[in-house]
Design a protein around this ligand. Sequence first.
Ligand code: PLP
Length: 380
Amino acid sequence: MLTQKRIKRLAKKHGTPLFILDHEEIRENYLRLRKHLPRVGLYFAIKANSDPQIIKTLYPLDSGYDVASLQEYQLVLDNVPRKNLRGHNLNDFIWDKIIVANTIKPAATLKQITNFNTLMTYDNYDELEKIVKHCPDAGLICRLKVQNVGSMVELSSKFGVEPGDAPELIEKAFKLGLSVEGISFHVGSQCCNIENYFNALEASAEVFKQVKSRGHKLRLLNIGGGFPVPYDDTVPEFEVFAVKLRKEIDRLFPKSIEIVAEPGRFLVAPAATLVVSVVGKSLRDGKMVYYVDDGVYGTLSGVVFDHCPYHFNAFKRGDAKISAVVGPTCDAFDTVSTAEMLPDLDIDDMLYVKNIGAYSIASATNFNGFPKAKIVHVNK
Ligand SMILES: Cc1ncc(COP(=O)(O)O)c(C=O)c1O
């Protein structure tokens, strides 16, 4: 955990906006997941933060990678040590360590990876027709539509086949001569509602049973991501969450079934801190509005796309007053928060935001010409 003093020192040295990424924290989060879910193989979801250094940091820990596009697939291959793939040849590494977890893949992408056996998800028949034509040696994972109740980011309105229709869709893949390895689900990102996992696990177990009764055997269950990060005190403690999850997995799935997950947020969100500077201030309708040098078009884009309510911490002490914090662009939509408790700040005073490593720089833009935050890696 970075101290306030170190955060300030780094910001003074490098300027703001500054995105400080702590690789020791990434390693700790990975090992924490491994410790509390020992049966679960981990594939880091690159979409959460595709900085190449993260791929490198996770490689020695034996992490796999969940990729959503050909570009992310290539990013992994470019950043793992191709000459020393832990005894794997490239084909075996791809089979063991990469999952293409986007159920919809352009035909061009399938053609590009057709020479490798790659695990990939699907949830509809048209996708199967594409796969059989362009990438018939893929290993398939059928994604189920599951309950995402209360999750910060909902995914099931766009992805997954209804569990009741899954056995038929799996059978269709086998009939096309494809190989289905297992099934997957995603309970929604930042899922604090463990019932979502319980329902999804029950539904998955039922699909395993149905598929078996049709004479096919599945070997893999992918429980997706969603593991919650403590953005505030209401988030359940992960250790308690994990015990329940572990017990339910063991109750429903024999040891012969391989269990994997695709965590994104859990590994990287707590590992980054953003430091911004106040570049302007204005009293508007009796409330102080601070204009800072990063906003919703930049690192704080998660406010929009990730539905994540970020909060600012001041280095300065003093009586806290309710204030608004807005970004630097010419758009009023670029409002990060209308209710931050902050002391009186002057131009050039700095603020910092914790837990901002996931879905932040991943969706930042250069709108209005403002440069993206500088990234500084610590504890590499
Ligand atoms: C298919 C898939 N897998 C994994 C993830 C990562 O989820 P999380 O960041 O909640 O761990 C996502 C996030 O959107 C996803 O869509």
